[in-house]
Ligand binder design. Structure first.
Ligand code: HEM
Length: 211
């Protein structure tokens, strides 16, 4: 679950987000200009794209859901994506509105088995979008090459999503020899870069090295 639940879903929502922002440069510009909007926008994109389309449950006793009788032992597919488009819960559900308060979405399921990564994943996506919006501002998805999964048993993701962008100036000089830098080394490197960018915007990003 940690691997399949944590990787395919996250990859899928990242691809959906980047594709959306590529097609909606005005939304990308707004988020770039005001990063405090990012966490809310990520929740809305989780609602709208619902990468985990549904979860299965087995009824432990006879019950009624809506006007449907369910017998103990019967299996139910709970369509999370459909719930996230419920007009009683979300006005104009077929519109993606980065200003909407979408926190009641069910993209991570609900109850005892609610996703273990439901706090980690939105943070990961917000950090990735923040970096991408800043460092690859002209990233454009090549729609002609987008290949969604042929079937969507659980996760609504993509086989391929080519994109173009202008390569930016490399930030930092991370050696490709030996072990990759640790998290604290990367943080130090980043702080040094930010400080040097403030001091001298022309040479920032070229001086520091961690090997
Ligand atoms: C956007 C990314 C993600 C989405 C949309 C997502 C979605 C889901 C959904 C719908 C479930 C089923 C919940 C239920 O049965 O009620 C689930 C379960 C789970 N997810 Fe995620 N997930 C994501 C990221 C992650 C990450 C990053 C991790 C791990 C670090 C993770 C670990 C798990 C685990 C372990 C479960 C099983 C929980 C249980 O059965 O008690 N997920 N996830």
């Amino acid at each position: 679950m940690l691997l399949s639940g944590g990787v395919d879903t996250s990859t899928a929502i990242i691809a959906h987000c980047l594709r959306y922002l590529s097609a909606h440069p005005e939304a990308a510009a707004e988020l770039r200009g005001n990063e405090s909007l990012l966490p809310g926008a990520v929740e809305e994109m989780l609602r709208y794209f619902s990468p985990g389309t549904g979860v299965a449950r087995t009824a432990v006793h006879d019950t009624v859901i809506g006007d449907v009788e369910v017998k103990a032992g019967e299996r139910i597919l709970v369509a999370l994506g459909a719930a996230n488009s419920d007009p009683h819960e979300f006005g104009h559900p077929d519109e993606l509105d980065i200003h909407r308060d979408a926190r009641r979405h069910l993209a991570f399921g609900a109850g005892l088995h609610r996703c273990l990564g439901s706090f980690l994943a939105p943070r990961e996506v917000a950090i990735l979008l923040s970096e991408t919006l800043r460092r690859l501002p002209d990233l454009r998805v090549d729609e002609s090459g987008v290949r969604p999964y042929e079937v969507i048993p659980l996760v609504s993701g993509f086989r391929a999503m080519p994109a173009t962008f202008t390569p930016g100036r490399k930030l930092g000089l991370i050696s490709t020899d030996g072990l990759p830098p640790t998290r604290s080394e990367r943080d130090l490197l980043r702080s040094a870069e930010l400080a040097s960018a403030e001091a001298d915007p022309d040479t920032a990003g070229t001086a520091s090295a961690i090997t």
